[in-house]
Write a protein that binds this ligand. Structure first.
Ligand SMILES: Nc1nc2c(ncn2[C@@H]2O[C@H](COP(=O)(O)OP(=O)(O)OP(=O)(O)O)[C@@H](O)[C@H]2O)c(=O)[nH]1
Ligand SMILES: [Mg+2]
Length: 243
């Protein structure tokens, strides 16, 4: 509990920061930018539909994304990679059906992004089992990103997922095998005058369900320029020990 509180305090935006302002600074972002700079080298490596087909990939540091179907997971990782169509996206929920592994950087690579099928009404039980098997066995996993759609907020299934993920966060020996980071995407779909209240409500629900979850990064992959994607890049690089 204490760990969660201290992490939260250090990451919350200063109260005078407008909710959609960019706090980007050259010195803090540059290392992370260099990790994702060579957009053309990002490569699809493998897909896994069951635990036996999860590739080993030489232990490169890895992060995975989860969230309700159609929350914008694949779109977010495309934006992080600086690509439009490397990951398949769709306006219909249920597009991603396997764990898909993408290498960042030229061979041998700097880190691996893993896209996952969504949960919820359009999810499938076997996808949930695959995700749990992955979490339980993946030694190089550094951080799980859980994505919420700003327009839809959290529902009961999201809260259950946060509670479920929390059970993986502290190992029996007291160490933390990986961390959990929330991301709120599609902020462009919430009217400006409702955004602060919407985000405050979502934060409350996230922390109620998962006190150890890191406070949300706000993003939009529709705004031009992209909003918050540089923060996600930096966050991934840090989680992987590269910034
Ligand atoms: N307005 C808006 N639409 C977005 C944003 N991000 C994604 N979308 C749209 O949301 C829809 C779903 O995006 P995906 O990235 O396929 O969502 P997903 O979570 O990977 O979905 P599944 O693989 O089906 O679980 C697509 O039509 C995207 O264009 C955003 O920031 N703003
Ligand atoms: Mg997807």
């Amino acid at each position: 509990m204490l760990i969660g509180k201290s992490l939260r305090v250090t990451q919350i935006l200063p109260c005078r920061t407008p909710i959609l302002s960019s706090s980007r600074t050259k010195s803090t972002v540059s290392k992370a930018e260099s990790v994702f700079k060579d957009t053309s080298s990002a490569t699809f490596l493998a897909a896994a539909g069951n635990v036996d087909s999860i590739p080993s990939l030489n232990g490169l540091p890895e992060v995975v994304v989860t969230g309700r179907a159609n929350a914008g997971k694949s779109t977010l990782f495309n934006a992080v990679l600086g690509r439009k169509t490397l990951l398949h996206t769709s306006s219909k929920a249920g597009r991603t059906r396997e764990l898909n592994f993408y290498r960042v950087g030229a061979e041998p690579g700097k880190l691996v992004l893993v896209d996952a099928p969504g949960y919820g009404a359009r999810g499938k039980r076997e996808w949930g089992q695959l995700f749990d098997d992955y979490l339980e066995t993946r030694k190089q996993l550094k951080r799980v990103y859980i994505v919420f759609n700003a327009k839809h907020g959290l529902n009961e299934i999201d809260s259950h997922m946060l509670q479920h993920l929390s059970t993986f966060l502290i190992a029996r020996d007291g160490t933390q095998p990986f961390t959990l980071q929330s991301v709120i995407t599609k902020v462009d779909l919430v009217p400006g005058d409702q955004l602060a209240k919407t985000i405050a409500g979502m934060k409350k629900e996230i922390f109620a369900a998962a006190p150890l979850c890191l406070p949300p990064i706000l993003t939009s992959c529709e705004m031009k320029p992209l909003f918050g994607v540089d923060k996600v890049q930096k966050n991934i690089a840090q989680a992987c020990g590269l910034a």
